[in-house]
Write a protein that binds this ligand. Sequence first.
Ligand SMILES: Nc1ncnc2c1ncn2[C@@H]1O[C@H](COP(=O)(O)OP(=O)(O)OP(=O)(O)O)[C@@H](O)[C@H]1O
Ligand SMILES: [Zn+2]
Length: 438
Amino acid sequence: MKIFDTLSRKYKTIKNPQVNIYSCGPTIYDYIHIGNARPILLTDTLIKFLEFKKVKVNFLQNITDIDDKIISKSLETNKPEIELTNFFKKAYLKSLKELKVRMPNQLVCISDEIKLMQSFIDILIVNQSAYETKSGIYFNINKFKSEYGRLSNIKVDDLISKTAEDFFEDKNLKADFSLWKTTNVGLNWDFHKQKGRPGWHTECVTLIDNYFNHETIDIHIGGIDLQFPHHENERIQFLAKNNKELSYIWMHNGHLTVDNVKMSKSLNNTTHLKDFIQTYGANVLRWLFQTTHYKQPINISDDLLKQGVKFEDKINNCIKKLKQWVIINEAKVEEQVDEDILNKFDKYMNDDLNTPQVLMLINFLISNINKEDNFKIKILQFNALKIILQVLGFSFEFNLNVDDQIKKLYLKQKEHILNKEFVEADQIRAILIKEGLL
Ligand SMILES: Nc1ncnc2c1ncn2[C@@H]1O[C@H](COP(=O)(O)OP(=O)(O)OP(=O)(O)O)[C@@H](O)[C@H]1O
Ligand SMILES: [Zn+2]
């Protein structure tokens, strides 16, 4: 399949039978919001599609449980960091379950791998890609002036004049970023005879380096806001240690916006994922992200969400009508699939995950299935629709085979209606609704 790579600014092809993927995980000091769910669902759609194509996927994700924001929240709420992170880690895992994502092969908390980070930093110090000062350990950008900035298309000289990175007197260059911070505030570990903790960019790259055996991975995923400085700084450290690229493809998703402004905790314009799921369910969120190419921004609105609810209703109605058809016609539900439709799905997804086009295909399919009189064709198309929806991660009650007792009840209800016995018909109605037949 073809995927756009942010580093080369070109489409690249994934051909390997096994693919290694890393996606930057959340910083767990709060509930995640629906903007944070965009890279999660992008990764999930990509993995589900690759696995549908029989590609073996090895997916690693971190959980950032050491960070300035966690320390601030701990001081603010007067709760120990570990209590906070344990709570929000559980909430995160619950969200992943509710979204029905394919879980990472390994989900690693940063605090469990501090020794790895220290060894990683030591290697960079020895090869002079990092240096130690009183305030911490910094990356030596001067050594990589021609490489640094390539991912985000930034020139080091511009960066030096504009950077907002905290300025410590003891850094060589203003743009040098921190690998290890000397501090005794918050959780800290002994390293080089001082107390401190790792920097965020070093946390991610160390996991990638270690869990994927120091090899270039296939795909690295994250939101566009992470391109600089986070991913730039991950990439340069990997290059400094291994003298090879961190990732073959860098995949960045666009933002979910509210009134065209990024949904963000700091702007107080967020909707927590758990609340969204309670109101709309996970299908509507998946639909929302698939309406637009993953690289583009999506502006959330009530109108858009109403369309999402309609999409879900349309599919439920299509399944309902098919179930009724099966009962009335005593039809046998075959397993065959309309291969032409699946080929189209394959073509659109291979084209850098063109999900808007796939949604058009789904809409076309639903109206065809509803119109079609030939049961065999109807089922062939439905089976293709079912596979497409499953690969995209939607959950519906796809099974068209109704148990005999319910079949009888359905036919009985129809008879009551014909005989104008509405009270009796109503008594059965509730059961049939529950069974997804009405
Ligand atoms: N509005 C958004 N739209 C799409 N992706 C987002 C959005 N906000 C954050 N992300 C992505 O969510 C993932 C988790 O990031 P992280 O936990 O660092 O969130 P964050 O950037 O701290 O969120 P916030 O901006 O609300 O503080 C990252 O890949 C980030 O790019
Ligand atoms: Zn990261």
